[in-house]
Every structure is written in structure tokens, then in C-alpha cells.
Design a protein around this ligand. Structure first.
Ligand code: R5P
Length: 295
């Protein structure tokens, strides 16, 4: 079966790269808004009897979900066999429990919505914390791929004497793997989140690593409070300026500027969300899934 790739606005670079990597057709579609703000979707390419791979990273997801749904429905309506989503950053994974009475468990509701219209999905390091697998909430078949090896490679090629630091217990899963592959020591801190922009991080004990390059690794950088708070501890302890590495460059508001101004050596992210800090290309991670499932 032939495949055709359609990228939502903002995903053009990855869509083009993937089409080249799997040697598939790059589809054409128009996405725009009517003057009243409603979405207009038109698939210009022929999708009859094809698998349609829709590429759409989902930071700031509320504006993207409806176009994603519409393009998936349109493709099926026009005769596509199925739709497969490439979602480098999967949103709504962090509200995975009712922390306060009356709150919605939105990760579950979002998963139910996406599962209604997508036939398969691939994503990079979704925030699996209290859930161990995506299939606990997504009924659509999904594959998770990990950025750890690519991050290790970047560290090996670019940094001298790294010591890796995970800001909280959740980060241990990726920090330990990145450290192992980069042949570097690592430590994991403890975090208490008191509010959206209010986090407390335990003080790292890194006296023996004073001549190392501290490398903070986290999955998501959103308000950057987690990183900024950790950077402050490291600077106070007389460590070298750290390198901050995030998989997903969410960067809410002025977070990127604030992090850069906090005394870091550099801020580096993977390209799951297009951003000036992207230095680690993950295109290769989607290849096997697309070749197996799509072509
Ligand atoms: C949280 O559990 C995640 O792993 C990240 O540490 C968190 O999302 C970072 O958020 P922020 O940048 O807003 O501190």
C-alpha cells in the first residue's frame, strides 16, 4: 500500500524529512481559518487507497486538535485506507490524576478523543509517570520511541567531562539511560511542585564533580522553573555553568529567555517541537515504525 505524508502547519520540516527517509509522497493540503475563526481543511493530493501519515506535534494542543481531527476525517472521507499520526510531542500527559477534588483527568479524556480518529500513532518520550504504558489510556495502537541515545550521542560529541543531573524522580528513567550511553556519572534530585511556576528542588551533592560540566536532562521544559531552580543550586555550590537539555521545547511565555539568562552554558533540545534551541534531530526514530506500519 502506498503512503502519503501530510504535515499540519508548523510541521513542514519534519514532514519533508520523513517523506525522504521513507521514500514516500509528500502530500499537499490547505489549512486556514475562515474570517469567523472556524477551520478550513482541503486535501489537494490524491489519498484514495493510501495510508495517510499525518505529522503534527502537539504543544499548545487546543488549537491543533480540531484541524488534526478534520484532516484525519477528510482523508478517510476521500478514500484513504487509514490515518497514522506522527506526534513528536504528545500533550496532556501530565494531568494524569485528580490532584485536587473536582479536577478532570485530562490525559485520559484527550487520549479517548485522539483514539477515536487515528488508526495508529507514534510519539517521542510521552510523560509517562503514573501510567507505565500509553495503551493504558490510548486505545489506538501506539508506539513510543526514546530520545535517550541521540542525547547521549550529542553529549559525547560536544561536552567534556559531563555529570548528568535529573531534576526529579520521574527523570531517573531517561537520565540513567542517557548517562549510561554517554559513559557519564549521574544523580537524581527531588522536586516538590507547589504550583504551576513554583517548584522546590533538593540541593545536589556534587562536590566531587567540581571540575565536570553539569548537564541537566529533563523530558519537558515548560515554564523552565524546574531547570532554573536547579541551575541556581549548582551555581551556589560553585559548579561550572550547566548545560540544560530537554527533549520537548515547550517553553511557555518567556521561559526560554529566563533559562538562558539564569547562568547556563547553553540550552539544547531535541526537535520534537520546532524551536531555536533544537540541536538534536530525531527524524531517524520514526523510520522503522513508518516503514513497518505504513509502506
Ligand atoms: C515534570 O514532571 C516533568 O518531567 C518536567 O520536570 C516538568 O514538566 C518541567 O516543567 P517546568 O519547566 O514548568 O518546570
Amino acid at each position: 500500500m502506498k503512503s502519503i505524508l501530510i504535515g499540519l502547519p508548523g510541521n513542514e520540516k519534519l514532514t519533508k524529512e520523513l517523506a525522504q527517509v521513507i521514500n514516500a509522497e509528500l502530500g499537499q493540503a490547505e489549512f486556514r481559518q475562515f474570517p469567523d475563526g472556524e477551520n478550513y481543511i482541503q486535501i489537494i493530493s490524491d489519498v484514495v487507497n493510501k495510508r495517510v501519515v499525518i505529522v503534527c506535534t502537539l504543544h499548545r494542543p487546543d488549537d491543533k486538535l480540531l484541524p488534526l481531527y478534520f484532516v484525519s476525517k477528510t482523508a478517510k472521507d476521500l478514500g484513504a485506507v487509514c490515518t497514522c499520526l506522527v506526534v513528536p510531542y504528545l500533550a496532556y500527559m501530565r494531568q494524569d490524576k485528580r490532584f485536587q477534588a473536582g479536577e478532570g483527568i485530562t490525559s485520559q479524556y484527550f487520549a479517548a478523543l485522539v483514539s477515536q480518529f487515528a488508526d495508529s500513532m507514534i510519539t517521542v518520550d510521552p510523560h509517562l509517570h503514573r501510567r507505565s504504558k500509553l495503551s493504558e489510556i490510548y486505545t489506538t495502537p501506539s508506539q513510543v520511541v526514546h530520545a535517550a541515545d541521540h542525547i547521549s550521542q550529542w553529549i559525547k560529541e560536544n561536552l567534556e567531562k559531563p555529570v548528568l543531573i535529573g531534576p526529579d524522580s520521574e527523570s531517573e528513567q531517561w537520565v540513567s539511560k542517557v548517562a549510561q550511553n554517554a559513559q557519564a556519572p549521574f544523580t537524581v534530585l527531588e522536586k516538590i511542585r507547589r504550583g504551576d511556576r513554583d517548584v522546590e528542588i533538593s540541593v545536589p551533592k556534587l562536590e566531587t564533580y567540581k571540575d565536570h560540566t553539569p548537564v541537566l536532562v529533563d523530558d519537558i521544559i515548560s515554564t523552565a522553573r524546574t531547570m532554573i531552580e536547579t541551575v541556581a543550586h549548582l551555581r551556589k555550590a560553585g559548579m561550572n555553568p550547566p548545560v540544560c537539555i530537554g527533549v520537548h521545547a515547550v517553553f511557555a511565555g518567556d521561559a526560554y529567555k529566563e533559562l538562558k539568562d539564569s547562568g547556563v552554558e547553553q540550552v539544547v533540545t531535541c526537535d520534537t517541537i520546532p524551536h531555536p534551541s533544537n540541536k538534536i534531530n530525531l527524524c531517524e526514530l520514526y523510520k522503522d515504525f513508518l516503514l513497518e506500519k505504513v509502506l
